[in-house]
Design a protein around this ligand. Structure first.
Ligand code: KG4
Ligand code: ZN
Length: 357
């Protein structure tokens, strides 16, 4: 089965083509155009500009994907497109293109949930490798705890099975990635803040990692599974204002603060996720979202699971599939289709505030 995936929920225009068969599934093409540089001067994603840029890029990317895959429109069996959650002007573009293709090519279409797709990104292979993807392969993952952390979301999800989700907790204010972005801005680092902070933190030698500012890991000890990151951002701002202008600009201060911010975020994410995995006795922990590309987070998460000698398995998508991509949309579309969940282009609508549960 050949599936065309389209993703335009935020600031990445993405098109992918997946071939799924019993013994030899493959990502035939996977193209992502990131608008990061365009939004950079504004310090965050500007929805109207995002929509305009998706419109510019989507057809060229679609063409590239078809060419690279050596797939003709007649070979496509299903179109999968992100319905939400996301920015309305962004979602509109992908949805309009997908619906038009469904109508003109006379192909089935399915609208998928972006957050759920991040969970399914754990089933994608390394690029360029063929992999065996049984229709039922997702069953081995469940029950699972999903932790999705991106620029727009921070959610802890209990997935008892495919389509059986419960939102255990989410951020009450800023998302994890947003916290990286906002604190990076305070420190005068570029956008997106996550990679910038990670790079500064990595420069700090292990011996000089002293907790200087004593930043909080908000809600780390709270009984529920909600998160809050705005307190951390405020603490960074206070500490920054306290320093002399010379110190604020010093390499040492920037590196130390970056390390502390990153560590505070890592601590709270790991702690809550493990608590949830233990409480619900799951089989796997599934990570997803742009922040999961953080190397230190991946390393510490793996080390912690090893140390706990837990019964559950930790799955982390390859770097390429942590952030927004269309391969995960195509894959989830496949599972929807197989379970009989199918839409019709006439009725399919975007849903910017789409929830899992
Ligand atoms: O999933 P994503 O690509 O887009 C959405 O927000 O939907 O996530 C982007 C977020 C940004 O906030 C960015 O700062 C963060 O992920 N991010 C990182 C890293 N790479 C991206 N945060 C920490 N460490 C990273 N290496
Ligand atoms: Zn995302």
């Amino acid at each position: 089965m050949i599936i065309l995936g389209i993703e335009t929920s935020c600031d990445e225009t993405a098109v992918a083509i997946l071939k799924i068969s019993r013994n030899n599934s493959e990502i035939l093409s996977n193209f992502i155009f990131s608008q990061i540089k365009i939004h950079c001067p504004f310090g965050g994603v500007v929805p109207k500009i995002a929509g305009r840029e998706h419109l510019k890029k989507i057809i060229p990317l679609l063409n590239k994907a078809l060419q690279k895959s050596k797939v003709k429109p007649k070979d496509i069996d299903l179109i999968a497109v992100t319905r939400g959650p996301g920015l309305a002007p962004s979602l509109f573009i992908g949805m309009s293109v997908a619906k038009t293709l469904s109508y003109v090519w006379q192909k089935p279409i399915v609208g998928v949930n972006h957050i759920e797709a991040h969970i399914f990104a754990n089933l994608l292979p390394q690029i360029g490798k063929s992999y065996k993807l049984q229709v039922t392969s997702y069953k081995r993952m469940f029950p699972a705890i999903g932790l999705i952390v991106s620029g727009g979301h921070t959610q802890l999800i209990l997935a008892r099975d495919f389509l059986k989700y419960k939102l255990l907790g989410e951020t009450l204010d800023d998302a994890g990635g947003e916290c990286f972005d906002k604190t990076a801005r305070i420190l005068g680092l570029g956008y997106p803040g996550g990679p910038a902070i990670a790079a500064e933190a990595a420069k700090l030698k292990a011996g000089s990692r002293k907790l200087k500012a004593g930043l909080p890991s908000p809600m780390i000890n709270s009984k529920n599974f909600d998160f809050s990151f705005s307190g951390l951002k405020t603490a960074v701002l206070y500490d920054f204002k306290k320093r002399s202008s010379k110190e604020r600009k010093s390499k040492k201060y920037i590196q130390e603060m970056s390390w502390e911010i990153q560590q505070a975020i890592i601590d709270v994410l790991i702690s809550k996720t493990i608590k949830a995995a233990e409480k619900y006795q799951v089989k796997t922990i599934l990570l997803g979202g742009g922040v999961i590309a953080n190397k230190e987070l991946r390393k510490q998460f793996r080390a912690k699971i090893r140390k706990e000698k837990s019964n559950y398995e930790l799955r982390i998508p390859s770097l390429k599939f942590c952030g927004d991509n269309a391969a995960m949309i195509a894959l989830l579309g496949f599972y929807y289709f197989k379970s009989g969940k199918i839409d019709h282009w006439e009725n399919l609508k975007i849903k910017p505030d789409l929830r899992l549960v």
